[in-house]
Design a protein around this ligand. Structure first.
Ligand code: ZN
Length: 242
């Protein structure tokens, strides 16, 4: 068995401690729910980290010991320390995978990696969402049919202010009429980045087996092939120059 994929599931962990409705759905926090289904895979080893921990749970040691970082945040994006954002960005450029879920679209790290506002349109009306699998050959969509249907979801609509993804793999339709690029892949440096839309705190979306399958596939896709530190040097010519 080759080395396991070292996964860190990061959560700001605020809604689950302040709202009874959220606590009912995710009594131990969203990070715990995600860690639990990922831990079913014997090629992965899972740890969790939260905003409240020292260095937001992402010390230099933790980040260096992570192959894929999963990010869920909503209420407290601005509370994430700049030092931590710098550290995570550097590690993604070196090869670490980064998976951003739902409201992580507004996180400092997502905006840092992509360089745009990452803003969107939203509505909370428990409407139906159908995520169309438009890249059935992609590693992240393996085991997923033509679409995933979520009976109750928060709506995210275009325009989503992101740089054009290297690949869009899910496209959402909402009952209210909007569409959204719900599964987007980028490469930055040696790292792979995946944004996946579902996951609002008052819907039990992280218990949906298809959503779990997508996140599991995404961990394997985003796991690093190489870690390479940034360097820039003066090179001697290989051939003799006149
Ligand atoms: Zn939400």
């Amino acid at each position: 068995m080759p080395n396991k994929i070292r996964v860190t599931v990061w959560n700001e962990f605020i809604h689950e401690q302040t709202s009874d409705d959220v606590k009912k759905i995710y009594p131990h926090g969203i990070h715990h729910a995600i860690a639990k289904f990922l831990a079913e895979n014997n090629d992965m080893q899972i740890r969790t980290a939260t905003l409240q921990e020292p260095e937001n749970g992402l010390s230099d040691h933790v980040v260096k010991d992570t192959d894929v970082l999963i990010w869920w945040g909503h209420k407290a994006h601005d509370k994430v320390d700049e030092t931590v954002v710098n550290r995570v960005q550097k590690r993604v450029l070196e090869g670490m995978g980064l998976i951003l879920l739902h409201s992580a679209h507004e996180s400092k790290i997502f905006k840092r990696m992509l360089g745009t506002n990452c803003s969107l349109k939203w509505r909370e009306a428990a409407e139906k969402e159908r995520l169309w699998n438009i890249e059935p050959g992609h590693p992240i969509t393996q085991g997923i049919g033509e679409y995933i249907e979520l009976p109750h979801a928060e709506m995210y609509g275009e325009r989503f202010d992101i740089p054009t993804p290297d690949k869009i793999i899910f496209l959402s339709w909402f009952q209210g009429g909007e569409v959204f690029r719900s599964g987007c892949c980028w490469e930055r440096g040696h790292g792979r980045i995946f944004y996946f839309r579902p996951g609002h705190e008052t819907y039990p979306i992280f218990y949906n087996r298809e959503i779990q399958k997508v996140i599991t596939n995404a961990v394997r896709w985003a796991s690093p092939r190489i870690f390479l530190e940034n360097f820039c040097y003066n090179a001697k010519p290989i051939e003799k120059l006149k």
